[in-house]
Every structure is written in structure tokens, then in C-alpha cells.
Write a protein that binds this ligand. Structure first.
Ligand code: ADP
Length: 208
């Protein structure tokens, strides 16, 4: 059996974490859950106290189930894949629990100094934990000629941080999706398909 088919069949637990707000964490959790749902039943657990994913689901209809942290264990068994939307707290014990509870931690990061600093802080904490698997995802990337995303990628690479090859563009379709309680591909926006395609590309990097 190849590693790809192994990953296709078996349960995948992803945690999307960010120490700083507004970096596209919930947007990433929702869309990555949408990608996994296309393969097998997926549960999105909203473990962030802002309850943004639950709010998103409540405004419309998402193609997968979203539950709060308390309900997670009850529903987890009925689903093949799990995505956890959580705030990262770089205290050692919290990080250890994050690492032990999932296959991979996705760290969304916007291309600006504050988000980069927060991401590096989180990675410093993760580095201390044996077996931690994590990757940084650049999100809300402005279009060229703006070079912020390029520079942020360079900075992250110089620090030898694992980073997704693909990144998420800054597109209004994502805001519309959040407002309507939908996935980006469902919204009435000329760039809806492009928005969805960005997460599809990242999803491929995760599932192989
Ligand atoms: P977090 O969970 O990190 O606080 P959100 O996913 O809630 O971040 O996103 C914060 C804001 O940015 C929301 O208004 C959301 O619609 C918007 N947003 C997220 N990702 C994108 C994107 N790729 N392009 C444009 N706007 C985005």
C-alpha cells in the first residue's frame, strides 16, 4: 500500500491553531474540513472561545457537522476525519496536548510582522515537543505588485520553518462565505472558484 492510499483511508486529525486573531484560522479550518469531507465524513470541532466556526455554520449550511469542544468526543466516532479550530497558547502543557491530539498542526499566518512574530513564538513552543508535526500556511495574501507574501515566505524559510508551498490569496469570496454560512465555492462571487482552489491545493499537500 502506498502512503497516499494509506492516508486516504485512515482517519486524519488536523488542528488549525493561531496565537493571534484575524489570520484566517477559522476560514482555514472551515475550508480544510470541506476538503476532507469530500473524501470521508468530517467533523469540525470549534475549540476556540470566539466560537467563530459555530457562528459560521449557524448562518447557513456547511457540508459537514460543526460542534463545540464539549460535544467533540460524542460525535468524533461517527466521523472519519476531524478538524479542530483552536487558539494556540504557547504554554508548554497546552502545546503538548495540541501535538498529542492530532496528526498535523496547521499554523495560518498573514504576511505581516505581528503575525510572523506570533507564528515564530508558537513554533518555538512546538519545537520543544517531540514528534510535533506542523506547517505554516500563508493566508490573506495580497495580490502582486504587493510583495508582502513573498517576503514573509522568505523570512519563514530563512528561519527553517516548515511552510506549505501553496498559499491563500486575499479574496472577498472568503468574507462572503463567512457571512452567508457557506463554503467559498458556494458564494455568488466571480472569484469564488479561485478562492476554493487555493484550499484545494493546500488540501492536496496535506492528504498527498
Ligand atoms: P481568525 O479565525 O484567525 O480570527 P478568520 O478566519 O475569522 O480569522 O478571518 C478573519 C477575517 O478575515 C474575516 O473577516 C474573514 O472573512 C477574513 N478572511 C479570512 N481569510 C481571508 C482571505 N483569504 N481573503 C480575504 N479575507 C479573508
Amino acid at each position: 500500500m502506498t502512503e497516499v492510499s494509506f492516508r486516504e483511508i485512515y482517519r486524519m486529525i488536523l488542528t488549525v491553531a493561531a496565537y493571534k486573531g484575524g489570520v484566517g484560522k477559522t476560514t482555514s479550518a472551515v475550508h480544510l474540513a470541506g476538503i476532507l469531507q469530500q473524501k470521508a465524513p468530517t467533523l469540525l470541532i470549534d475549540a476556540d472561545e470566539n466560537r467563530s466556526a459555530l457562528g459560521w455554520a449557524g448562518r447557513g449550511e456547511l457540508p459537514f457537522k460543526v460542534v463545540g469542544e464539549q460535544q467533540g468526543p460524542r460525535f468524533a466516532r461517527e466521523h472519519t476525519h476531524i478538524v479542530i479550530d483552536t487558539a494556540a497558547r504557547p504554554e508548554a502543557q497546552d502545546m503538548k496536548e495540541l501535538v498529542e491530539g492530532c496528526d498535523e498542526i496547521i499554523l495560518p499566518c498573514t504576511p505581516d510582522a505581528l503575525s510572523l512574530d506570533a507564528t515564530m513564538l508558537t513554533v518555538e513552543a512546538l519545537k520543544k515537543i517531540k514528534g510535533a508535526r506542523y506547517r505554516v500556511l500563508l493566508t490573506i495574501c495580497p495580490p502582486l505588485p504587493n510583495r508582502d507574501a513573498e517576503e514573509a515566505r522568505k523570512t519563514l524559510e530563512e528561519q527553517k520553518l516548515p511552510i506549505f508551498k501553496h498559499q491563500i490569496r486575499r479574496l472577498v469570496a472568503f468574507q462572503r462565505a463567512a457571512l452567508a454560512g457557506q463554503m467559498a465555492y458556494q458564494v455568488n462571487d466571480p472569484r469564488a472558484a479561485q478562492a476554493w482552489a487555493d484550499y484545494v491545493a493546500v488540501g492536496r499537500e496535506i492528504t498527498g
